[in-house]
Write a protein that binds this ligand. Structure first.
Ligand SMILES: C[S@@+](CC[C@H](N)C(=O)[O-])C[C@H]1O[C@@H](n2cnc3c(N)ncnc32)[C@H](O)[C@@H]1O
Length: 258
C-alpha cells in the first residue's frame, strides 16, 4: 500500500475507503482457492496501530481538499483508530461514526453478540461532498408521517418527501448470503450495497475513488458502476485476481492478468 500511495499525485482522491485487517488474530480464509490473508500480529496492538497510523497519514496526503476517508473497523480497534484520525485530520475533520449493523452467524451465550462494524468518516474540510438525497430510503410502512404528514404547533404542515427519508448513521445491511451470487469466496468480502451507499453519498460521478486494501474488489466494482474513476490495490495476488475477474464479469472490463 505504501509504495503505491507514494507513487501517486497528492490531493487527487475524492474518497478513500479502507477496509484493512481488523486484528482478529486469525488467518482469514475464504471458500475460494488461494483466497486468504493473514490477520495475526506479533505484538498485537503494539505492532498493528503503528502500521495503521503510517498508512492513514499516507492516504490523508492523497485526499483532495474536500476529500473523505472512510475507515472500516470493528470493536477491536475502532476506538484507537478514532483517536488516531482526530490527530491526523484534526477533530473538526470528524464527520460520522457509521454503524453497519448486520444479522446472521452464531450468537454468544456469554455476552451480547457483536453484530456491527464501525465506519469512521473523516474529511479534510468541513464541507465534503455529501449527496444525502442520492441515498434516501423508503419510509417505514408503519410511519404515520409517511402516510399523512405532520402538523407543527405553529400550524405548518410538513409532508413526506416522495423520494423517501434521509438515512441516519446506523445502517442495517445484510452480510452477503452464503448462497448469493454476489459472494465470490474472498474472506471478509463486503456487500456492494454498503459500498454503493458510501460512494453515492460521498462522491460525485467522475470523481476518483481509492481502495488500498481492495480484497475481492467490491469498491472498484461499485465505483465503476456508479460512473466514478477508481484505483484499487492489495498485497495479495489472489485479491488482485478476484478483482480482475469481478471487473470483467460485473463491469465488462477486460484486464489481462500479470
Ligand atoms: C478486510 S479485507 C478487504 C475486503 C474487501 N473490502 C472486500 O470487500 O473484498 C483486507 C485486505 O487487506 C489486504 N492487505 C493486508 N495488508 C495489506 C497491505 N499492507 N497493503 C495492501 N493490502 C493489504 C488483505 O490482503 C485483504 O485483502
Amino acid at each position: 500500500m505504501l509504495h503505491v500511495a507514494s507513487s501517486l499525485a497528492p490531493e487527487t482522491f475524492r474518497l478513500i475507503y479502507l477496509d484493512p485487517p481488523f486484528l482478529t488474530g486469525r488467518e482469514q480464509v475464504g471458500t475460494r482457492e488461494g483466497c486468504a490473508y493473514d490477520d495475526r500480529w506479533a505484538g498485537e496492538l503494539d505492532s498493528y496501530l503503528p502500521w495503521l497510523k503510517e498508512r492513514l497519514y499516507a492516504l490523508y496526503a492523497l485526499l483532495c481538499a474536500n476529500g473523505s476517508l472512510v475507515l472500516h473497523l470493528d470493536w477491536r480497534t475502532s476506538h484507537h483508530a478514532r483517536v488516531m484520525l482526530d490527530e491526523i485530520f484534526g477533530r473538526k475533520g470528524f464527520m460520522n461514526e457509521i454503524i453497519w449493523h448486520y444479522t446472521g452467524g452464531g450468537r454468544s451465550k456469554r455476552r451480547f453478540s457483536c453484530k456491527h462494524d464501525t465506519l469512521l468518516w473523516y474529511s479534510r474540510s468541513q464541507q465534503p461532498v455529501f449527496n444525502i438525497d442520492a441515498i434516501r430510503v423508503p419510509y417505514k410502512p408503519t410511519s404515520g408521517y409517511a402516510k399523512s404528514g405532520i402538523v407543527a404547533n405553529s400550524g405548518r404542515k410538513y409532508m413526506p418527501d416522495p423520494r423517501g427519508t434521509p438515512i441516519d448513521d446506523v445502517w442495517d445491511i445484510p452480510i452477503i448470503n452464503p448462497m448469493s451470487l454476489e459472494r465470490i469466496g474472498y474472506p471478509t468480502q463486503k456487500p456492494l450495497t454498503l459500498l454503493n451507499r458510501l460512494i453515492s453519498a460521498l462522491s460525485s460521478p467522475g470523481d476518483l475513488i481509492g481502495d488500498f486494501c481492495c480484497g475481492s474488489g467490491t469498491t472498484v466494482v461499485a465505483a465503476h458502476n456508479l460512473g466514478r474513476k477508481w484505483l484499487g490495490c492489495d498485497l495479495s495476488d489472489a485479491a488482485i485476481e478476484c478483482t480482475r475477474q469481478r471487473l470483467n464479469a460485473e463491469c465488462g472490463i477486460k484486464i489481462t492478468p500479470g
